[in-house]
Design a protein around this ligand. Sequence first.
Ligand code: SF4
Length: 227
Amino acid sequence: MIDLAVESERLERASPEERLAFAVERFGRDLLFTSSFGAQSAVLLHLWSVVARALPVTFIDTGFLFPETIAYRDALVGRLGLTLAIVRPDVARADFVARYGDDIQQRDPDLCCGLNKVAPIAPLKASARAWVSGLRRDQSRTRSGVAILEADGALVRVHPIATLTRDDVARYLAAHDLPEHPLVARRYLSIGCAPCTRAVAEGEDERAGRWAWSGKTECGLHAPKAS
Ligand code: SF4
């Protein structure tokens, strides 16, 4: 049994690689790692390739992603020697749009995320003991209180790069010669599905371009406590 508060506090002083190694050692194949292959994903993907290359990286293909994200995913998987596990919603994009309308993201993004992001991962989440993701505290106000380890029911959430800043990420990418997502050059600093992502202006939070027309800030996969 892990005392999450104690371990999380201890891991505050560890490096991202040490935090990830702790999770891999502790949970092994019961560790779920999801990546959006978004703007800053290459850091955690690189760490994964060092610490846990034998374990899969799970990618949720909602059907609404940018083609640049798919190309970036394939390039990184090849470069880092990762094993990719792709999950998809039960209803493909064309049928989904025919059923709910092509403005469904504007009218009800929670429904769309629920069916296309949260539901596909639910079986994997149910069978996992821990879930690694790349949340960082400086991404947005709602993520500023993310701990290294957090309880989510019976699941342990693991955030190895929670303490990295955007500048730290840039330095890590440069130090390891990792490519940026091609849309970052156009100031897409947090990249989700195409209908729900815009570029951000100077001074805005990284995630300000996500569901920018609404008050929605998270897709429902990760629900950090506001601080
Ligand atoms: S991010 Fe937008 S398109 Fe993607 S699943 Fe959520 S609402 Fe749907």
